[in-house]
Design a protein around this ligand. Structure first.
Ligand SMILES: [Zn+2]
Length: 204
């Protein structure tokens, strides 16, 4: 029979799986929970349980959401003919904060990376193509971090999206090479969205 682990040690081990969480912070956090009121800690456990049970991918944009279609896709004020493609759900918030965008999003859930065996079939590229084929889309904005994987992904998408009668644009290189959308301030992102550059035309 496997030995039962001390729950404090187990929690420290599990917390260390959180990106950026070292042993010291994990231990401090575990002690905090041990001293915190039971209601607060059980509330957190319940929130984590619900996170796994109730969050799903939006059938339209593939963002993780409590509802499908998500709030953005279901919002009649958003323009469904303009799709901003992002690598990760966490990139939507900074772009929204810029206030410069009124279209919808599409989340790829990663970037192409042959080194890590991430090919097109691991990303939500097929659902993006289905969206484009299913309704009139006039523009796809590629808002992907300009890392090597990001650039490879954008080139792959540009090739897939050409000759489909839509405009393909990307954020200008003003977002310095290698810069991260998640940590770019809203003014810079707003300017980047307004100054987006066309990379392929509407020609069919
Ligand atoms: Zn959605």
């Amino acid at each position: 029979m496997a030995a039962v682990k001390d729950p404090l040690r187990l929690l420290v081990e599990l917390l260390q799986k959180v990106p950026g969480m070292g042993e010291k912070s994990a231990t401090r956090m575990a002690y905090h929970f041990m001293k915190a009121p039971a209601q607060e800690v059980l509330g957190l456990a319940e929130a984590l349980r619900r996170l796994k049970a109730e969050m799903r991918e939006c059938e339209e944009c593939c963002d993780v959401s409590f509802r499908s279609p998500c709030e953005t896709c279901a919002n009649p004020k958003r323009d469904p003919a303009v799709i901003c493609v992002v690598a990760d759900s966490s990139h939507i918030k900074p772009l929204e904060r810029s206030g410069a965008y009124a279209g919808v999003y599409h989340v790829l859930h990663g970037t192409l990376s042959p080194m890590e065996n991430v090919g097109p079939e691991q990303l939500r590229i097929a659902p993006l193509l289905r969206r484009i084929e299913g309704r009139p889309v006039c523009e796809v904005i590629l808002a992907i971090n300009p890392t090597m994987e990001g650039e490879t992904t954008m080139l792959y998408l540009m090739d897939l999206l050409k000759d489909r009668g839509l405009r393909v644009t990307k954020l200008p290189v003003g977002l310095a090479l290698g810069s991260d959308i998640e940590y770019t301030d809203h003014e810079t992102l707003g300017k980047a969205l307004r100054d987006r550059v066309q990379v392929s035309s509407r020609a069919t």
